[in-house]
Write a protein that binds this ligand. Structure first.
Ligand SMILES: *Cc1c(COP(=O)(O)O)cnc(C)c1O
Length: 212
């Protein structure tokens, strides 16, 4: 029997008092589980892969669903998704900004992704990129609503906290440089969402904890 309902209740109970948007990261599941999430009040879904996004988008037709794209997006696939999604969390390199400018029919709500763990396997901008980033974002079709990051997979809570707080610092730099909608933080996954909320998360992206 599925425990999805219990898992959602568990998260809600633990996070009582915090104001945030819960995005279900659905890469592990099919559209069946997504219907069950929806029946239990989840309306924000985050996908990582273009093919499964398109499949799920076609098979979960609910007016109040918001579609977030949270995985690395290949440049050549931008055109397949950019005018269907509500929010892109993975603006992680300069070339994707150019491609969005080419392909988007309207302003696109985005989070800019930073590599806060400094791991080679993770994508995202670094602090050094900020000046050029600010230049590129002004006069673009990207409506940057905040920053996104993934912390290291470690037991060291202070390390995770430091990484989230560095993202908060970058957010302030962008905001103060005229990217005035840059107010939100998309941080926190199943292992660290409580730390993320205490560091100012406005969006948490939960996968495994909803489906275990
Ligand atoms: C899979 C994934 C998540 C959720 O991860 P869990 O640890 O399963 O909660 C969040 N964000 C991104 C970008 C992901 O790929």
């Amino acid at each position: 029997m599925s425990k999805i309902k219990d898992n959602i209740e568990y998260v809600k109970l633990r996070t009582e008092g915090f104001d945030y948007t819960l995005i279900a990261a659905t890469k592990y599941v099919s559209v069946n589980e997504m219907h069950e999430l929806y029946e239990n009040g989840i309306t924000h879904f985050g996908e990582n892969r273009v093919d499964s996004f398109l499949d799920k988008y076609d098979n979960l037709c609910k007016e109040d669903v918001k579609w977030h794209f949270i995985g690395t997006l290949q440049t050549k696939k931008v055109k397949q998704v950019i005018n269907k999604i509500d929010v892109l969390h993975s603006v992680d390199r300069f070339t994707i900004i150019d491609e969005i400018n080419c392909r988007a029919n309207k302003a696109i709500d985005c989070f800019v992704q930073f590599n806060i763990s400094n791991e080679d396997t993770k994508s995202g901008f670094s602090e050094n990129d900020i000046p050029m980033l600010i230049d590129k974002l002004k006069d673009s079709k990207l409506n940057v609503i905040g920053l996104m990051g993934m912390a290291s997979n470690t037991e060291d809570e202070q390390e995770i906290r430091n990484q989230f707080l560095s993202l908060q610092k970058y957010r302030e730099i962008l905001y103060n440089s005229g990217i005035t909608n840059c107010k939100k933080l998309s941080i926190g996954m199943s292992n660290d969402y409580m730390i993320a909320l205490s560091c100012g998360a406005t969006h948490i992206r939960l996968g495994s904890i909803l489906f275990k």
